[in-house]
Write a protein that binds this ligand. Sequence first.
Ligand code: AMP
Length: 213
Amino acid sequence: MIVVFLGPPGSGKGTQAKLLSKQKHWPQLSTGDMLRASIEKKTRLGEEAQAFMDQGKLVPDSVVIRLIEERNKESDCRLGFILDGFPRNISQAQALDQMLSRQMRKVDWVIFFDILDVELVKRFSGRRTCVQCGSMFHLESVPSKLGNQCDQCGGVLSQRPDDQPEVVEKRLAIYHEQTEPLVGFYSQQNKLKNLDARLPALEVFNRLSDLLK
Ligand code: AMP
């Protein structure tokens, strides 16, 4: 099964994709994670993408489409995968449909993570990520047992540069302008399922599992 997670930044797509990936053994294909890994490895692609990401802008479609095209051919994607953060606009969605139809496949379901901006701004201000293993925490709702250190691997916790308030504002504006139209795009295809993303993570996951039964 091919499932797209659609929703604003900070709505919990990454957390839920990790949980679902563990349950179903479908890999999580996150363009944001792939881009951050390229930046970490200091590849040319990473250098190109970083300037866009630091300003909260979308990186060019050609870059992310190529990343997904290469990744989805790997053998672990055979039975299905979860797209987390891709597509982010109509032209990426069209490119995805074309790519999958060449492989005689299609998007099965699109889960829409429904949440208001005010909730998201609260979440972003406390979000922390482990620089070593990528585990995510929140100062209030999911604190690390070790304070400013990751309680999974001991790595340092830091705030992503694109989680700074002025960048968050920009990312939300771009989301409403470019990504939100995908709600209409996929509901016309009868693929959209709504998920209340304000709830605590485990409750969201229970509902997500029900939606995909
Ligand atoms: P995320 O971790 O999904 O919030 O993505 C972080 C940043 O990576 C975004 O603000 C964009 O700059 C970039 N990015 C991730 N996915 C895409 C995409 N599908 N299209 C364009 N830019 C993306």
